[in-house]
Design a protein around this ligand. Structure first.
Ligand code: ATP
Ligand code: MG
Length: 441
C-alpha cells in the first residue's frame, strides 16, 4: 500500500480524551475513531490488526476442535426469560423493541441462543462432545466505558460453548480451551497468566481469567514470580490426549495467581515465599467458565444416552476479547515513540520510507523494492509522500511496523538501504538487491 493513496489520519499531538498509552497511540496512529461512548469505527490500520488477531484466535479454536458458526447480534428476549437472565442481567444489557413491540436485546453473550441451537440439532450421545464458537460483536452498556477499545460498549468477542455428556468429559473440554488460550495469546507475543476467577453473571462452578500484566490494567493481581520461569512458547499438544491436556492445566494452575476479587491473603502467604510474591495490575483478555447444566436444564438441552435415558448436557463457555486485545497488545508493547507490533499481528510487516520522494533515483529504487516485496507476498506500507524525512521517521515509529526500510540518496550512492528493526532499534546497511531476501519469509 502506498501511503499517498491510503487513509491513515495521523494525529500530531496526544488526544486529550485518552488516559492510557494504548488509547492515545491508537488514536494518534489513526487506527480507530470514537463514534459514541465506548463505540469505535475501525479505520484501515486498526482494522488490519483486528483481523489478524481474529484470525489467530480462529486458527487456535479450530486446532482445539471447536467449530465456527455465526449468530446474530440481536436476540429475542424469550430465550433469556427461560434462563431467568432477562431480568437478572441488569442495565448492562441493551434492550430494544421492534415494530411489533416484541422485546429484543443486543447480545452481551450467547449462552441461551447457542444452547437452543444445539438442543434443536442433536439427538443422541453420539452427537457430543461438541464445541461451537463465533466471533461476533457484543454490546454491554458499561457504567464506565474507558481506555478506548479496552472497555468499549460495542466490542468484538470470540465466544465458544462446549457440550458434553458428563462432568468429566466437560472438564476435558474446559481444559482444552485453557491450553488453547495459552497458545493463542503466546502467538500474539503475550503471556496471559491464568488466574482463578469469579463467575459473575455467566454463573457456574469453575472459572479462570487470563490476564496480561500491565501497569494500566483494571484488575489488581497477586501471583508467584515462578510464572516467569515457565516456558510460554511451546504449547504443542495432542488435544485428544486427556492426561497431557490436564497436565498442562495442572502446571499452569499449580502456582498462586489471583485477582483481588479472589485473592486470599493467608493462602498467598502460605504458598508463596516472601521473595517470590509479586503484585501488580492485569488486563483480562480471556475468561473461561464451566457451568454444568445451568442453561441446559431450563432450555431442555438433552440427548438420549447410551442406555436410552435422557441426559441433560454439561456446558462451559469461553470468551476472548478480540477488540480489547488490540489495546492490550499495545499496552504490553510500546515505547516513547509509539507502538511496537509483534510481527504476528502487525498491520504490515514492513514500512518502506523513501526519504526523498520526488528525486528520480530515490523514487525508482524505492518503487522497485516496493514491487519486489509485494511480489514475494510481504505486506508493505510504502511512504511515498512528499514529506520531509524526519516526519516520515516519526510516523513510521509511531505506527510501529516491525521492520523499516529506509532509502535515500546517500545510501543509493553505495547501493544500500538501511533496515531498522523497530523493536530493538538495530540498524543495518543492506545491499539493495538483498533487502527483499532479508525480509521475505
Ligand atoms: P470485565 O471484567 O473486564 O468487565 P467480563 O468479565 O465482564 O469483563 P466476560 O464476560 O468474561 O467479560 O467476557 C469475555 C471477554 O470479553 C473478557 O475477558 C474481555 O477480554 C472481553 N470484554 C468484556 N467486556 C469488554 C468490554 N466492555 N470491552 C472490550 N472487551 C470486553
Ligand atoms: Mg470476565
Amino acid at each position: 500500500m502506498r501511503l499517498s493513496q491510503y487513509f491513515m489520519p495521523i494525529l500530531r499531538d496526544d488526544p486529550k480524551e485518552a488516559e492510557i498509552a494504548s488509547h492515545k497511540l491508537m488514536l494518534r496512529a489513526g487506527m480507530v475513531r470514537q463514534e459514541a461512548a465506548g463505540s469505535y469505527s475501525w479505520l484501515p490500520m486498526g482494522f488490519r490488526v483486528l483481523k489478524k488477531i481474529e484470525q489467530i484466535v480462529r486458527e487456535e479454536q479450530d486446532r482445539a476442535g471447536a467449530i465456527e458458526v455465526l449468530m446474530p447480534t440481536l436476540q429475542s428476549a424469550d430465550l433469556w426469560r427461560k434462563s431467568g437472565r432477562y431480568d437478572a442481567y441488569g442495565k448492562e444489557m441493551l434492550r430494544i423493541k421492534d415494530r411489533q413491540d416484541r422485546d429484543l436485546l443486543f447480545g452481551p453473550t450467547n449462552e441461551e441462543m447457542i444452547t437452543d441451537i444445539f438442543r434443536s440439532g442433536v439427538q443422541s450421545y453420539k452427537d457430543v462432545p461438541r464445541n461451537l464458537y463465533h466471533i461476533q460483536w457484543k454490546f454491554r452498556d458499561e457504567v464506565r466505558p474507558r481506555y478506548g477499545v479496552m472497555r468499549g460498549r460495542e466490542f468484538l468477542m470470540k465466544d465458544a460453548y462446549s457440550f458434553d455428556l458428563t462432568r468429566e468429559a466437560g472438564q476435558h473440554s474446559y481444559n482444552k480451551m485453557f491450553v488453547s488460550y495459552l497458545k493463542t495469546f503466546a502467538r500474539m507475543g503475550l503471556q496471559a497468566v491464568p488466574m482463578r476467577a469469579e463467575t459473575g453473571p455467566i454463573g457456574g462452578k469453575d472459572s479462570h481469567e487470563f490476564l496480561i500484566l500491565a501497569p494500566t490494567g483494571e484488575s489488581e493481581v497477586f501471583f508467584d514470580k515462578g510464572f516467569h520461569d515457565f516456558d510460554w512458547t511451546n504449547f504443542e499438544i495432542d488435544f485428544d490426549d486427556v492426561a497431557a491436556v490436564a497436565g498442562t492445566v495442572e502446571k499452569f494452575t499449580s502456582m498462586y495467581a489471583a485477582t483481588s476479587e479472589m485473592h486470599d491473603a493467608a493462602d498467598y502467604e502460605k504458598r508463596v515465599g516472601t521473595d517470590r510474591r509479586m503484585t501488580g495490575r492485569g488486563i483480562e483478555v480471556g475468561h473461561i467458565f464451566f457451568f454444568g447444566d445451568k442453561y441446559s436444564l431450563p432450555l431442555g438441552c438433552e440427548v438420549q444416552g447410551q442406555d436410552g435415558k435422557k441426559v441433560t448436557l454439561q456446558s462451559g463457555s469461553y470468551g476472548i476479547g478480540v477488540s480489547r486485545l488490540v489495546g492490550a497488545i499495545i499496552e504490553a508493547s510500546h515505547d516513547k515513540d509509539g507502538i511496537i507490533w509483534p510481527e504476528a499481528v502487525a498491520p504490515y510487516k514492513v514500512g518502506l520510507i523513501n526519504i526523498k520522494s520526488g528525486d528520480a533515483e530515490a523514487d525508482a529504487a524505492s518503487d522497485k523494492i516496493y514491487k519486489a516485496l509485494q511480489a514475494k507476498g510481504v505486506e508493505v506500507l510504502y511512504d511515498d509522500r512528499a514529506q520531509p524525512g524526519g516526519a516520515k521517521f516519526a510516523t513510521m515509529d509511531l505506527i510501529g511496523l516491525p521492520w523499516q526500510v529506509i532509502i535515500g540518496p546517500r545510501g543509493l550512492k553505495e547501493g544500500i538501504a538501511e533496515v531498522k528493526h523497530r523493536k530493538t532499534g538495530a540498524r543495518e546497511n543492506v545491499p539493495l538487491d538483498q533487502v527483499v531476501e532479508k525480509l521475505a519469509g
